[in-house]
Design a protein around this ligand. Structure first.
Ligand code: SF4
Ligand code: SF4
Length: 301
């Protein structure tokens, strides 16, 4: 069994063709710009949209654990009492509560995504396992990827690369394409902004290039103002890719500042950091820089 928080169909930016994305919960990094904060914790959790709440009090009455109180125009959840049963979501007519994350089996996931096979066949697409960081749930990941392989469905893994080396042979055996985040080549900067240093991430990248070959891995650089959206940082990453003997496209994923409401929904509004804006000219400049360093640059979202 594993914990996922969403399954989305018709995705076109998460690997080749039309894809169905399975979002795993849990991540070992804590990037300050994270645009998927609902993916960070491994456990299911409750979200609450204050802007939708009508203050009717139905959820307060329904909660079997006295975890909700009416306060001002809305409700406040005592996370120490809440057991994430999801009952408040069921009784709220305003859709103000949302349970994020649910337990499921690899068989159930594959049964669901297999319904999209005609789209995969027509577009040379498949399934993308993403998150969060899927390797956090290693048994569930390998079981799901194994079943997809048996079903002859192309499987991509979106990964931050921070996983134990012992996982590598099984991943190489089951994953068709690694969509691999390279955030920064400098260990200290990486640690300051993501909570972990980049040594294991860079080593795993080199290992996949050597063992699986460049066509099965695509490095993806999130372009984050104040972190790596500058010439020196991108040159550093290009240098690393050359040293790793990577040859192929580099995907650039420009930052957007639209995650604020997600943090607020989780009651973690103070954690949200707006990293700033990237103009079209700046993005064009980064594309040129990556090309000048010998790689095809692809803007991705
Ligand atoms: S049931 Fe919904 S609308 Fe009513 S108080 Fe609770 S969250 Fe607000
Ligand atoms: S999820 Fe369950 S325990 Fe938590 S606030 Fe809602 S009803 Fe109460």
């Amino acid at each position: 069994m594993g914990i996922v928080f969403d399954i989305q169909t018709y995705a076109i930016y998460d690997g080749p063709g039309i894809r169905t994305c399975v979002f795993f919960k849990g991540c070992p990094l804590s990037c300050v710009w994270c645009h998927n904060p609902e993916s960070q914790r491994l456990q299911p959790e409750m979200g609450y949209r204050a802007d939708r709440c009508a203050g009717c009090g139905s959820c307060v009455e329904a909660c079997p654990h006295d975890a909700l109180v009416l306060e001002g125009d809305g409700v406040r959840r005592d996370t120490g009492r809440c057991v994430v049963c999801g009952l408040c979501e069921k009784v709220c007519r305003a859709d103000a509560h949302e349970k994020i994350g649910y337990k499921t089996s690899a068989e159930a996931v594959v049964e669901k995504v297999i319904a999209d096979r005609p789209f995969f066949t027509e577009s040379s697409g498949g399934v993308t396992l993403t998150g969060g960081e899927p390797t956090v749930q290693r048994e569930f990941l390998l079981e799901t990827a194994g079943l997809l392989k048996k079903s002859e469905i192309h499987t991509a893994l979106e990964t931050c690369g921070h996983f134990g080396k012992e996982l590598m042979p099984a991943l190489i055996d089951t994953i068709d394409l690694f969509l691999y985040d390279i955030k920064h080549a400098d260990a200290d900067t990486h640690k300051r902004f993501t909570g972990v240093d980049n040594r294991v991430i860079l080593e795993n990248f080199v290992s996949i290039v050597r063992k699986a070959g460049p066509p099965r891995i695509i490095p993806r650089i999130p372009l984050i103002p104040g972190f790596n959206a500058d010439g020196a940082s991108l040159k550093g990453i290009c240098r690393f890719l050359k040293e790793a003997r990577y040859e192929g496209p580099v995907h650039l994923m420009p930052y957007n500042s639209m995650a604020k409401s997600k943090y607020e929904k989780l009651g973690r509004g103070v954690q949200y950091q707006n990293m700033g804006e990237l103009s079209g000219d700046m993005i064009d400049g980064f594309v040129g820089l990556v090309r000048d360093n010998g790689f095809e640059a692809v803007i991705n979202h």
